[in-house]
Design a protein around this ligand. Sequence first.
Ligand code: FAD
Length: 467
Amino acid sequence: MSKYDVTIIGSGPGGYVAAIRCAQLGMKTAIIEKYDTLGGTCLNVGCIPSKALLDSSEHYHNATHTFEEHGIKVANVSADISQMIDRKNKVVEQTCAGVKFLMDKNNIDVHHGVGSFVDKNTIKITDSEGKETTLETKNTIIATGSKPNYFPGMEPDKDRIITSTEALSLKEIPGSVVVIGGGVIGLELGSVWARLGSQVHVVEFAKSIIPTMDSTMGKELTKTLKKLKMKFNMEHKVQNVENTGKGVKVTALNKKDEEVTFEADYCLVSVGRKPYTDGLGLENVGIKVNNRGQIETDDHLKTNVEGIYAIGDVVKGAMLAHKAEEEGVFVAEHLAGQIPHINYNLIPGVVYTWPEVASVGKTEEELKEAGTAIKVGSFPIKALGRARASMDIQGLVKIIADQETDEILGVHIIGARAADLIMEGVVAMEYRASAEDIARMSHPHPTYSEAMKEAAMAATEDRAMHI
Ligand code: FAD
């Protein structure tokens, strides 16, 4: 039987990064993955394929909407969905192969099959043909991730009622789609189709889309997505989704409790994700799971069983690839006797629509509710020379600082390249910078980053200059 210092179950961004760090720190490391390819949700059916389709559809949208104004004439532009999906598949293949390369480079043993606990130091691996092997391990890191969630009445049939996984491999551009859920995944995939010409109806239970982000972001994003002709039905509670053979019929109650129906070619159910622990044999070792299905962990991400840790989507916290990665590194370093640290307040969140939305720290609503005295500085992207040059003028940067100390408490951006711009906010907040610190730093001209400086100036003394 093979013996390891640490075994990781699941090869998503949490698991494979944990494996690399464990190996770097000198531990004999194994990783178990039930699918044939490594990389988990993120690389196979999440972050990477969705961004590939977002980029392809954005190019198509620009070719049909903005090229002419740039002075570029193209005739007979059409979207070839099978080529888009093929390209997306190649990007996924290359990225997953990259993870396999990293495992080999770091001498990490890769086992394919479902990993399940026999006891706290023995793990059984059942491969796709039912063949069983076991390995012995001193420590285990559970990184089994999550699966799409749904509520009664909206069970996906993977044909017309689909989850993000099927949505990433559709064989046709739908004429129309109902997207249940105005969160990150629904809006990203909804905007892919809207750019390709589908009529997209978003049906959301909350009052606003992206309801966990600063409310300004939801309002601004609604305005920009409406320009893509996406339709928003807020405060609607979906009761039932029916596959009618040629399409779907979605029944919901609006805020007056009146029944409303939506008919479309497909229905994307994107109401969040749930932790995945099926087949792990948690009962064999007595690992505690809470009522949301998350594995319970302490401050060191240790479960209630000595030597067994859990990270990523399967535990509490934001379901994000980079959060899972940080936790993978954290557990590896903790096992090596180091004293690692994660600042959960500074895990940035991004929505990859166009324009993008990105956020770090606290929202204005959270700070007001906590009774913190704050000041807010905003700057519109349209006032930037760089934005006008590229015609990406939508959005704003909002910096929230402590009224008294000027320490930055939250940065919220909607605009072109927000996903990259947010890192200035993360770095500033990690070093507990004040708004004035950012306001006094030279920012290259012309760039989108100038909006950060201007918003910081607006927060400091209401002294933004270019507005
Ligand atoms: P996962 O990536 O889910 O990996 C878990 C792995 O464990 C899987 O490969 C699974 O097969 C394996 N496994 C499960 N049980 C067993 C078992 N018993 N034995 C062996 N193997 C097992 N996040 C971002 O940060 N940015 C984005 O842009 C982004 N976009 C997304 C877009 C979509 C459409 C979706 C669905 C998600 C997106 N996410 C994004 C979220 C991101 O994918 C997850 O937060 C991330 O993958 C979680 O990583 P993880 O390592 O915890 O688990």
